[in-house]
Design a protein around this ligand. Structure first.
Ligand SMILES: C[S@@+](CC[C@H](N)C(=O)[O-])C[C@H]1O[C@@H](n2cnc3c(N)ncnc32)[C@H](O)[C@@H]1O
Length: 297
């Protein structure tokens, strides 16, 4: 019912990400149903359980008019509620939400799905912290997971992704803030405030992004040419760079991530998929499903 209603609104970026997540969870649950693993759904930026987007991008200081065009839509399921509808059900649901108000709403999921209430764990904390703790105590022999990383902006730290990748058993869908965050923090003249540099380092897990996105040039001044850095990092270059970073820690990364744009076709996020399990059979199966989903219009 929900999906049909969502389609009436014609495939905005919020619907696209949720449709793709839903398709993957559905396929994953079917593939895993006869296996004896403990199966976890982990939503580290869970929101309220309902579909919404916020008018501001926390921590970056940018006003995100592109996001503001999506009003909270209490009528439709967000990622957490979609995951709870998947059958066979997951054995555990880990929901993390930092905002007090959103968290209070999220907790209502327990009453709304009482049959799964005992399987749900809620954390009102930083998603990075919860994930790093969870991964430190992960038993790869008998646990398998799907993780959804759906921040508004630049909140996912690279060290968190490293911790996730080390479990070798968590598949990840991540909304990488290519347009809404990274591109805006790369001014044309290369003069990047220290705070932005630090944030970019934390998201990429390295500082060599600067060489990837800027090159030295000489610009004509009044009397002579002056040395300057100029931006060469297009959206494509940013996307390729991030995919290459993911490939350094995950056994397989989908080659066809989806660019999510606003109604004016401005890229906001890049929806990426990384498979966690290095076994050839598992990673090929995960990749085949994810790439198929990403290919669908
Ligand atoms: C895009 S929304 C999530 C939407 C949700 N996935 C859905 O489909 O319904 C991002 C959420 O992350 C929360 N958030 C922001 N920073 C966070 C952090 N460091 N840790 C956990 N949650 C955070 C925000 O309050 C917001 O509710």
């Amino acid at each position: 019912m929900v999906n049909n209603n969502m389609q009436l609104f014609g495939g905005g970026w919020t619907e696209q990400k949720l449709d793709m997540l839903n398709s993957y969870l559905d396929a994953w649950a079917k593939v895993m149903k006869n296996q004896s693993f403990e199966r976890l759904y982990i939503d580290a930026f869970a929101g309220t359980g309902y579909r919404e987007a916020a008018p501001t991008v926390p921590d970056t200081g940018f006003f995100a008019a592109e996001l503001a065009e999506d009003e909270p839509q209490e009528f439709f399921d967000g990622s957490a509620r979609l995951a709870l509808r998947i059958r066979p059900a997951f054995d555990r649901y880990v929901f993390v939400e930092k905002s007090r108000e959103r968290f209070a709403k999220l907790l209502e999921l327990q009453e709304r799905s009482p049959e799964l209430g005992e399987r749900m764990e809620f954390f009102r904390e930083d998603g990075n912290r919860v994930l790093q703790d969870l991964c430190a105590n992960w038993n790869s022999r008998n646990m398998r997971g799907v993780l959804f990383l759906d921040p508004f902006g630049m909140q996912v730290d690279w060290v968190t992704l490293e911790a996730v990748a080390r479990t070798k058993s968590i598949d990840v869908w991540i909304l990488f803030p290519m347009g809404i965050g990274v591109n805006r923090m790369l001014p044309r003249n290369g003069e990047i405030p220290d705070g932005w540099r630090a944030r970019l380092d934390r998201v990429f897990g390295t500082s060599d992004w600067y060489e990837a996105f800027y090159r030295p040039a000489r610009i004509q001044g009044f009397f002579e040419t002056e040395p300057r850095m100029v931006k060469t990092g297009s959206f494509n270059a940013i996307a390729e760079y991030y995919l290459d970073r993911l490939r350094t820690i995950f056994p397989a990364v989908a080659d066809n991530p989806r660019v999510l744009t606003n109604s004016r076709h401005m890229p906001l996020f890049l929806l990426c998929f990384a498979a966690g399990n290095p076994s050839p059979r598992a990673k090929q199966a995960a990749l085949r499903i994810a790439e198929h989903i990403l290919n669908k219009s």
